[in-house]
Design a protein around this ligand. Sequence first.
Ligand SMILES: NC(=O)c1ccc[n+]([C@@H]2O[C@H](COP(=O)([O-])OP(=O)(O)OC[C@H]3O[C@@H](n4cnc5c(N)ncnc54)[C@H](OP(=O)(O)O)[C@@H]3O)[C@@H](O)[C@H]2O)c1
Length: 264
Amino acid sequence: MSSLVYTLVTGASNGIGKAFAEECAARGQNILLVALPEPKLEEVANHLKEKYPQQAFHHLGINLMEKDAPQQILDWCQNHDFTVDILINNAGLGNSGPFTSLPTEFYQGQMQLNMLSLVGLTHLFLPMLLAKPKGYIINVASMAAFYDIPFKGIYSASKKFVYSFSRSLNKELESTSVNITVLCPASVPTNPDVMLREKELGLMARLTSQTPEQVAQYTLDKMYQGKQVVIPGFFPRLYKRIGTIVPYRARLNILAKQFIKNSK
Ligand SMILES: NC(=O)c1ccc[n+]([C@@H]2O[C@H](COP(=O)([O-])OP(=O)(O)OC[C@H]3O[C@@H](n4cnc5c(N)ncnc54)[C@H](OP(=O)(O)O)[C@@H]3O)[C@@H](O)[C@H]2O)c1
């Protein structure tokens, strides 16, 4: 009997990752849900099992800030004969506030999660994806990838890394069956921190805000069209265009004012 083929989603217990898992399930896919070992991960998996009894759903609770987490995820897949044709590297951690307001360990964990775990999973799963007739990777960056953001410097730098890595690797893979899409959402109300930030940023955040469901649906449609960069929403795309016209110093001042407000 041939093994089932799955979509693997990291950060699948909440927000954009949960919306990706739900949207992929609605499109008939089997899903591997990965997130921190919290009860809500199992709840999301059980909900999908009930809603789509013909499909397969499995979950793994793991901390992606642990260096060997990507290898443990690959081992879990190989031990259970799960093969993957879509990898969605979504888990990530944001923050804002003065650089010195958080300990070094926080930034080390953030960089491990946002960059190194994503590179590790991409590297380890690529051979499996290349063996499929068609394979896809979605790497979740952010609109923050397009700016230098004072009071959010490590986060925006980590998302620039995801953006650059995804685009260069996609070029490297152009003659293969694997396509990489880098997702750059604006504001998505997913957790209390993002909701507070939206409230503080006011009209601009409200205009650019997209629900997790909108982001997941739009991104999957674009992924199947082979799009390399996806910015969901008309206003976020407009905001990015305007951003290229504003002089660098003025842009930096605007962003510094915006992000000093909500120190977290
Ligand atoms: N929301 C936005 O406005 C926005 C905008 C641009 C880009 N993004 C990016 O989109 C991605 C998802 O963001 P979100 O807002 O949907 O996040 P979220 O609601 O906070 O959910 C994050 C998910 O990742 C999991 N996770 C967090 N730390 C983890 C760790 N160390 N190991 C394993 N799993 C971990 C969480 O598990 P628990 O639920 O158990 O914590 C949860 O499933 C991130 O990469 C973020 O940077 C978000």
